[in-house]
Design a protein around this ligand. Sequence first.
Ligand code: SF4
Length: 363
Amino acid sequence: MDGRNDQSDLESPEFLRMSLAAAMTLGFKPGVFYRNARLYCINLLLTYRNGCAARCAYCGLSRNRPGIYQGKSFIRVAWPTYALDEIIQRIGERREKVKRICISMITNKRSIHDTNEVCARLRSSFDIPVSLLISPTILGYKDLLDFRHAGADKIGVAIDLATEGLFDKYRGRGVQGPHRWNTYWRTLKDALDVFGKGNAGAHFMVGMGETEKEMCEAIQRVRDMGGSTHLFSFFPEAGSVMADCMPPPLDQYRRIQLARYLIDNGISRGDRFGYDERGRIANFGLPRDDLNRIIDSGQPFRTSGCEGYDGEVACNRPFANSRPGPEMRNYPFPPNRADIQRIRRQMEGKNTLLSFELERATA
Ligand code: SF4
């Protein structure tokens, strides 16, 4: 089944949506990535006629956004629908290209059963590790045990917002949505308990009105619980409540990428950083030479995501929350020398958002 056809009747567990990048990796869609980036994770999304029950203001799949669920973009790109049988066949034929599979739930009661079923089928088809991006609002502790039993080895909890106030504003009461801040953190704690330290973590999105200090506190909290953070940069999804908002300035995003890398690798701590009166990071609590060496490695600016068995990030999501080009937010490959020079300029606040603003101005 191809993404161009009407897909509104195709539902999980027999059918799944797939990121455009994953569809390219499996040969469902033609095309190559900017600078020959390669994706090593097949990102899947459960699909139902009545979609996601939540109303998160920034999300392309939100109930608040007009259109049928199957036609809605998610994290900037289209997610066409394919049969699970065909997905399994294609992964099997490209075994060496796929180092991880991720199943994203949505807030729909059916997705608990279907996550188990799809996970078990994938795990019995080949030995490729499976991550789950779970929906805390509809889950209990026993569901996490079932997920582990079905063969998943890593759990992601998309807390997304750095503070309780922002979470409530954009995912909870502020949008008449069902999600609650404490439920998300409790589920992360439970997931670390069931899957083990290092095997569960949070997603956070930069640019939702939080200060850099608040974001560092959230990342440090996850790290102190035994988890790690995958970072996203806010991107305005067309037709969503936040369609007219801007992504965060690049210097802010680069500082938070560096902070996350230092925190998650135990090199520094959010409470050792210095902050200015606006909550911006003024220093990272490290000697300048050490910091320069880390910046020059380029590692902090690569996509943070789940690894394959080889210990390398498999879920590198090429250009998932920014357009392909020199102002990419997450590098899906190691930045080269020219990239690092550009990153340094971006960290100083030069050239930030130029291309986005120009595109908007000429649209
Ligand atoms: S629960 Fe997830 S998929 Fe549903 S609207 Fe919120 S962010 Fe989007």
